[in-house]
Ligand binder design. Structure first.
Ligand SMILES: [Zn+2]
Length: 331
């Protein structure tokens, strides 16, 4: 099917799938059924009629409020719908209309649900990632690309390596990340290991304060010992005393710089691999790696003080990197 015909169909399909993903994102972490009961307003409990449940349109018509009680509707709902619609169109642009597209759309839907749930609750549900692994393997076996053997190796590398990281970081990464690694390992075996470790290290460095406030310290035990630090120094009550302003960040700079240098080594190792993967995938990977690296650079600029506020890229900074990645895509 030619792209101009396929694109609007896929956009509408994406909106509907996105609407369903919203249900998945809200209910799966609570262990509730995604089928029954139908959607209802979380405040007044009134069922949401079909005409109030039309992707994007209903949000606009209702002006982001429940028809009955006026409870505000989260921007997440139309956002998930829109992103799914756009990514479905993009997938058709990249993959054409064959079995690869089916695999791509499935992966996109799964990853959107996983991303939103992980952001929301810091967990990756098995009911999404485990079937994703099986489905990815079956699709690759049918499509013959990348081939069932490569696919199996991908599952083992993706899942196995994450397993090593989980053990090495003593819980720094959850089992959910491992299963996600295995799911992604299907199409992208070789690159997953180096970038996976680098991204995870970057996240650990960036989130030291947020994790500590939740009672978790993911910096490796042996490094803490080597730099003369103790996990107990990051107790939540110490961090929130004086609104965190009294917390001494300087003694933590050495260990954080050390972990950042480790992450940089893995990024360099990933750089060597990027030219070896499919040319079409290179700009996307470059963009992702550049975004994460910029986070490390920002942390370095702050003398590794991650205790005041979470380091983020501003929208202009992200747009700059994304547009550079896009130019590479066109070149
Ligand atoms: Zn209501």
């Amino acid at each position: 099917m030619p792209f101009p015909v396929l694109a609007p169909l896929l956009f509408v399909l994406g909106l509907c799938v996105g609407s369903f993903l919203n249900v998945v994102i809200a209910r799966v972490p609570q262990g509730r059924s995604v089928v029954r009961p139908g959607s209802a307003c979380p405040r007044c409990g009134k069922p949401i009629a079909w005409f109030d449940n039309i992707p994007l349109l209903s949000y606009a018509v209702l002006r982001a409020r429940c028809r009955h009680c006026g409870e505000p509707i989260s921007l997440r709902y139309p956002l998930v719908e829109l992103v799914t619609g756009l990514l479905f169109v993009l997938a058709a642009w990249e993959l054409g209309s064959g079995l690869n597209l089916v695999a791509g759309l499935t992966l996109i839907a799964g990853l959107i649900a996983i991303t939103a749930i992980d952001l929301d609750c810091q967990l990756i549900p098995d009911v999404i990632s485990l079937p994703g692994i099986v489905l990815g393997f079956i699709l690759s076996a049918i499509a013959g690309r990348p081939g069932w053997l490569e696919s199996l190796i991908g599952i083992l590398v993706g899942g196995g390596l994450f397993f090593v990281i989980i053990v090495a970081s003593r819980g720094g990464m959850g089992g959910g990340d491992m299963k996600l690694g295995a799911m992604l390992g299907v199409p992208a075996a070789t690159i997953a290991e180096r970038t996976g470790i680098a991204f995870q290290l970057t996240n650990i460095i960036r989130d030291v304060r947020e994790d500590a406030l939740l009672g978790r310290v993911y910096l490796p035990q042996e490094d803490l010992a080597r730099f003369g630090r103790q996990a107990g120094e990051l107790a939540p009550e110490r961090l929130v005393a004086n609104n965190g302003n009294g917390f001494q960040a300087a003694p933590w700079a050495d260990i954080l710089r050390f972990e950042a240098d480790r992450a940089r080594e893995f990024y360099r190792a990933a750089d060597e691999l990027i030219p070896l993967i499919d040319e079409d995938c290179q700009p996307a990977l470059w963009t992702l790696v550049t975004i994460y690296r910029s986070l490390l650079d920002k942390i370095a600029l702050r003398q590794y003080d991650v205790f005041q506020e979470r380091v983020r890229l501003t929208v202009p900074e992200k747009v700059k990197i994304l547009s550079k990645g896009f130019v590479r895509r066109l070149a």
